[in-house]
Design a protein around this ligand. Structure first.
Ligand code: NAP
Length: 269
């Protein structure tokens, strides 16, 4: 049975992705920080005849991300698909390890998780990272600002940096691990908890449902129609050029090397 690990399965795009992959015959490893919030998704997958299990994962803690990967690996399972979907936005704070909250959860926690899951990936495994077109908003990463609390009013600048990091990570991963397939996906503006409640009424007509938002994520995770090279950026089931900054190989390499140092993991070449 093919196995897919999805982060952030409790709501929104991650919930829709988990349900669809469960219906598609995957065993779903639903990785979240609250078993209570994830349990209804697991129950639904099982009621429909699929199989799923909970994995504890708090991406705001590098220790938790590493432990989650080790717990999964200790079960002796191999992974066909990893969906790095969980995310926070429009928020302010700092992670357990002292990183700006959105960068820490959206990029660094997933970097740690992916690194330690690496040995469980089957050849040709797919890694799908849910990013955002909001990355066009920023034209670089100020590395000095990543180890302090969120500064901008609604955290939007920091969120954009974290989503830029998602795309740079995918491109660099594809370069370093040609035996895997990595995809960055912009789901489209979707009605989920990440869109602040005070903004939603003004955007209602433009918002996708979570099921619609999950379509390209699921397509990249499981469709035979995905035939292009690893490392690209997709929306609406089509590869598109991300921002020039997101295509900057030097920046991608620097982010990768710094992420390795922050996570305390051995360099991969
Ligand atoms: N909605 C949009 O318009 C849109 C547009 C572009 C990109 N995206 C991206 O889509 C992805 C999914 O977001 P969504 O829109 O579906 O929002 P959502 O409904 O708020 O889902 C976010 C998920 O992330 C989980 N999460 C948050 N912090 C976590 C942590 N520290 N550790 C582990 N899990 C954590 C949440 O779990 P809890 O139940 O524990 O909170 C939840 O399952 C994100 O990466 C987001 O950046 C969304």
């Amino acid at each position: 049975m093919r196995v897919a690990l999805v982060t952030g399965p409790s709501s929104g795009i991650g919930r829709a992705t988990s349900l669809k992959l469960g219906r598609g015959g995957f065993h779903v490893v639903a990785a979240g920080r609250s078993e209570t919030r994830v349990a209804p998704v697991i129950d639904l997958i099982r009621e429909e005849g699929g199989s799923a299990e909970f994995l504890h994962l708090d991406l705001a803690s590098l220790e938790s991300a590493r432990d989650a990967a080790h717990t999964f690996a200790a079960n002796g399972r191999e992974l066909d698909v990893l969906v790095n979907n969980a995310g926070v936005g429009a928020t302010r704070g700092i992670t357990a390890d002292g990183f700006e909250l959105q960068f820490g959860v959206n990029h660094l926690g997933h970097f740690m998780l992916t690194h330690h899951l690496g040995r469980t990936f089957r050849p040709g495994a797919r890694i799908v990272v849910v990013t955002s077109s909001v990355h066009f908003r920023v034209d670089g990463i100020d590395f000095d600002k990543l180890q302090r609390r969120t500064r901008s009013l609604y955290g939007l600048d920091e969120y954009a940096v974290s989503k830029l990091a998602n795309i740079l990570f995918v491109k660099e991963l594809a370069h370093r691990r040609p035996d895997w397939n990595a995809y960055a996906v912009h789901p489209g503006l979707t009605s989920t908890n990440i869109i602040p409640w005070y903004v939603r009424p003004f955007m209602r007509r433009r918002l996708l449902t979570p099921k619609q938002g999950a379509e390209t994520v699921i397509w990249c995770a499981s469709s035979d129609e995905v035939t292009e090279d690893s490392g690209l950026y997709y929306s609406h089931k089509t590869s598109r050029p991300p921002s020039m900054t997101a295509q900057d190989d030097d920046l991608g390499r620097e982010l990768w090397e710094r992420s390795e140092q922050w996570c305390g993991v051995a360099p991969q070449h």
